[in-house]
Design a protein around this ligand. Structure first.
Ligand SMILES: Cc1cc2nc3c(=O)[nH]c(=O)nc-3n(C[C@H](O)[C@H](O)[C@H](O)COP(=O)(O)O)c2cc1C
Length: 164
């Protein structure tokens, strides 16, 4: 299980944002660069629910104002759900999911490793550890599933090596 608790999960506080959403009590999200990685935060919102069918259910992040969204691509990340401090490994996809013509907006989706929880409405803080690849259009669902599986394996390996 890729989970590391404790204050070291957040690193130096270099920025902050108040994340608010109708259903959610205001939460102060403070994040800092951990090994120089970009940090952004927001609220978990509903996606199209296709991820579960693909075998990789994702938490879709509505990024809060004031954060810059990193370039489209797939990333190995740490995520936490303030006010909880535990950090979880995740593989995050950013882009308009070019495999699916009906997706026209840019989405930030986190497949959180080893966490089976209803995260909808929770505040989330994402720290990028490494960029894995660019977003691609897959010809078949099997190809997308295979690529995602490889991403998650690489992400897990990278994050396991990154734990101090
Ligand atoms: C690790 C990972 C990599 C992904 N890579 C791609 C990709 O290269 N191309 C693409 O069209 N979608 C990619 N996706 C996004 C999936 O298409 C998306 O998660 C799926 O359609 C479920 O979306 P939903 O949560 O809105 O239902 C990726 C998702 C994950 C978690």
């Amino acid at each position: 299980m890729t989970e590391v608790g404790g204050s070291s999960s957040v690193g130096a506080i270099v920025g902050g944002a108040i994340v608010t959403d109708g259903n959610v009590t205001d939460a102060i999200v403070t994040g800092g660069a951990v090994s120089g990685g970009a940090v952004f935060g927001g609220i978990v919102v509903h996606g199209d629910k296709r991820g579960r069918q693909l075998g990789f259910p994702t938490a879709n992040v509505s990024v809060a104002e004031g954060f810059e969204i990193p370039a489209d691509g797939v990333y190995a990340c740490w995520v936490s759900f303030p006010p909880e401090t535990a950090r979880h490994g995740a593989t995050v996809s950013i882009g308009d999911n070019p495999t699916f013509d009906d997706v026209t907006d840019r989405r930030i989706e986190a497949f959180v490793h080893d966490l089976n929880a209803d995260l909808y409405g929770r505040s989330v803080l994402v720290t990028i550890a490494a960029r894995l690849r660019s977003m691609v259009r897959c010809d078949t669902l099997d190809e997308l599933i295979l690529r995602t599986k490889e991403d998650v394996e690489r992400s897990r390996a990278l994050l396991a090596g990154a734990v101090a």
